[in-house]
Write a protein that binds this ligand. Structure first.
Ligand code: DAH
Length: 290
């Protein structure tokens, strides 16, 4: 507007009369807009508002897989790359598949009411499976060798809960059956798994052990460079001839190895959790770390 007034000075007298009127109107209007806007802004600045910039922000919580589920997926990936397929079996099992076919003698203590959840049934003895090994038998009944599969799933035991025991947990069973399968292959497979899972520079210790369904049997302990404690990660062995027979496979023609991992134990070793119960308390502050 100031610039327009400067130009105004150069106009002829006639024109000045005409343009002067318009310029005055414009200048009054501009002053009015300035004044009212200023008042408006001053009012806004002093009136109270809901907006408090000092409040903490609102965080979006995004869900994620439970760490036990993550372990199962990771283990499946490792074994898939070694040619294992994935199979599943029922959680409610008959006594035959859970015990008899796996070469447990009739009076074996693991069948005891102390360890096994029996389900009331008029016709035969039904249990909540105490391990994933019965899926081995179901595989052999249904698939001709060669068989190379892992069998993840939930298992149940009548345990007193403590920092290393749950009544409901997960295992991953493994079974490989073919001609001329050797213990050396079992060892190499277990060691390869452990190296991928825990790092190349871990130490190994195979200990002789006993399971009714394998002969010979072993347990594998590992130790990482960050720990001076040996940690048991898997039970394994060569499939017992009686078990092959129960699955309808001729032990003279075929041999095989089997193994069984406790998934929660593997998860604890991975996460450094010191109490197995923490995995299922569902405290988001614990679980969201993994
Ligand atoms: N079924 C065993 C358990 O629940 C684990 C196991 C050990 C499975 C050795 C196997 C094996 O297949 O060969 O403790």
């Amino acid at each position: 507007i100031q610039q327009l007034f400067n130009l105004f000075k150069e106009l002829s007298t006639d024109k000045k009369r005409e343009v002067g009127k318009e310029l005055n109107v414009l200048s009054k209007y501009a002053e009015e807009v300035y004044r009212s806007t200023k008042i408006e802004l001053e009012e806004m600045a002093t009136s109270s508002s809901d907006l408090d910039l000092t409040l903490p922000g609102i965080q979006d919580f995004i869900g994620s897989e439970h760490s036990v589920r993550q372990t199962i997926k990771q283990m499946i990936e490792i074994f898939k790359k070694m040619g294992f397929s994935v199979a599943e079996g029922p959680e409610v099992e008959d006594e035959y598949h859970n015990f008899d076919a796996l070469n447990f003698p009739p009076n074996h203590p693991a069948r005891d009411m102390q360890d096994t959840f029996f389900i009331e049934n008029k016709f035969d003895t039904v249990v909540l499976r105490t391990h994933t090994s019965p899926v081995q038998i179901r595989m052999m009944e249904n698939v001709k060798p060669p068989i190379r599969a892992i069998m993840p799933g939930r298992v149940y035991r009548n345990e007193t809960l403590d920092s290393t025991h749950l009544a409901e947990f997960h295992q991953i069973e493994g079974l490989y059956i073919d001609k001329n399968v050797t213990m050396a292959e079992l060892k190499a497979t277990m060691m390869h798994f452990a190296r991928v899972m825990y790092g190349e520079d871990i130490e190994f210790r195979f200990r002789a052990s006993f399971f009714p369904f394998t002969e010979p049997s072993a347990e594998l302990d590992i130790r990482t460079k960050y720990s001076n404690k040996w940690m048991e990660i898997v039970g394994c062995g060569m499939v017992h001839p009686n078990v092959l027979k129960a699955g309808g496979i001729d032990p003279e023609e075929y041999s095989g190895y089997a193994f069984g991992f406790g998934v929660e134990r593997i998860t604890m070793a991975k996460t450094q959790l010191d109490d197995i119960r923490k995995l299922y308390e569902n405290d988001v502050r614990v679980l969201s770390q993994f």
